[in-house]
Design a protein around this ligand. Structure first.
Ligand code: PGA
Ligand code: ZN
Length: 413
């Protein structure tokens, strides 16, 4: 297999911010396209997203350099035989030559990697999820259960709450029924907020962002919505949250500041608060309960509640094999949040997932807060059979694109 044509362009994402889209055409005419997402509450250990930094152009956010870097590789890449995904990805990693992919940009590299995956699947005449399944060692494929992010806070919603994502998980139902339940809960939540005279505008990931005086108020209102929709919390619906706590951690003082509640807590006090929530509400999953380098509290928290709930490392692990290895050694959590653009190639993403799986952890495929209509992550979730995905609320087109793609895949499996 050879790449016959490689072309990148600048498009925009769901936050009016430029991102890169890459087209790959193979020598047999097969075509693949991928658009790259972008985070807001990014981990400091993520691979580098290359932006131009020219303040007069999209406030410094344009990605012309990354686009030029991709287009500049066309001649070299089209002269090479590329038999596997790994061959391409290793070549890209070497060509860049840096730990954080700062030469070419992780956004540029990932664009080529994912567009090539789409093109190869087309060449094999299989859906992308089947191609992913093949290179992931053919585990059983299944639809992932979503964590629906129905209420947004933190950096995604002008700090409506300190906690970034309030999510619900619907169990014991086929995917389309999970989606239906999430929509019914979401619609009832909107009605309840309206009745209470609260704001029903939405945040970056499509969830409501009314703003409360305490984080716990959000759990209470969501409970009301679940009841009103006719579902049973703790039986068919469970809570999950992404605390994204690196965003409110003070590294110097080693404290966690809850702005909405006007509290500054020591890490031990914060751990006690989290444990009290786990005792009070039916949680299935908590992501980033502690800051990205507060390893010791991750470990004590996991020892305390890790047998009851899933504890997910996002900013802690950044889909990076080296950080996942450390997480396993330190028993810091028991699940990996998987974001392709944190690491920058499909191969490295799958390697991080393999490692996590071998350790007996769970994997959760994830979107970013800045997204496009690209549906690659739906396919990766199905192809790896990882069982879980988070891709926002059932609201906003860049989120529904992923949910709706899963409906189409559900018909095929
Ligand atoms: P981000 O948020 O894409 O802004 O990093 C998503 C998350 O923290 O999981
Ligand atoms: Zn997160």
């Amino acid at each position: 297999m050879k790449i016959a044509k490689l072309h990148a362009r600048q498009i925009i994402d769901s936050r009016a911010t430029p991102t890169i889209e890459v087209d790959v055409t193979l020598d047999d005419g097969s075509f693949g396209r991928a658009a790259i997402p972008s985070g807001a509450s990014t981990g400091t250990h993520e691979a580098l997203e290359l932006r131009d930094g020219d303040k007069s152009n999209f406030l410094g956010k344009s990605v012309n350099k990354a686009v030029a870097n991709v287009n500049g590789l066309e001649a070299e890449l089209s002269s090479m035989m590329l038999d596997t995904q790994e061959a391409l990805d290793s070549w890209l990693i070497q060509k860049d030559g840096t730990e954080t992919k700062s030469n070419l940009g992780a956004n540029a590299i990932l664009g080529i990697s994912l567009a090539f995956a789409h093109a190869t699947a087309a060449s094999k005449k299989v859906p992308l999820y089947e191609y992913v399944n093949e290179i992931f060692g053919k585990p059983e494929m299944k639809l992932p259960t979503p964590m629906f992010n129905i209420m947004n806070g933190g950096k995604h919603a002008n700090w409506a709450t300190d906690i970034q994502e309030f999510m619900v998980i619907i169990e014991n139902k086929p995917y389309h029924e999970q989606l239906r339940a999430a929509c019914e809960i979401f619609l009832n939540l909107g009605k309840i907020l309206e009745e209470k005279g609260l704001n029903v505008n939405i945040g970056n990931e499509g969830g409501y962002a009314p703003g409360f005086k305490s984080n716990e108020e959000a759990f209470e209102v969501i409970t009301e919505a679940i009841n009103k929709a006719g579902y049973k919390l703790g039986e068919d619906v469970f809570f999950a949250m992404d605390v994204a706590s690196s965003e409110f951690y003070n590294a110097e003082k080693q404290t966690y500041t809850l702005k909405t509640e006007g509290k500054e807590l020591t890490a031990d006090e914060w751990q006690k608060t989290l444990e009290s929530w786990v005792a009070k509400y039916p949680f299935r999953s908590i992501e980033d309960p502690f800051a990205e380098d507060d390893w010791s509290h991750w470990t004590t928290f996991t020892a305390e509640v890790g047998s009851k709930i899933q504890i997910v490392g996002d900013d802690l692990l950044v889909t990076n094999v080296k950080r996942v290895e450390k997480g396993i050694a330190e028993k810091a959590c028991n699940a990996l949040l998987v974001k392709v653009n944190q690491i920058g190639t499909l191969t490295e993403t799958l390697n991080a997932m393999k490692l996590s799986k071998e350790a007996g952890w769970n994997n959760v495929l994830s979107h970013r807060s800045g997204e496009t209509e690209d549906v690659t992550i739906s396919h990766i979730a199905v192809g790896t059979g990882c069982g879980q995905i988070k891709t926002g609320a059932p609201s906003r087109g860049e989120r529904t694109a992923k949910f709706n793609e899963l409906l189409r895949i559900e018909e095929q499996l």
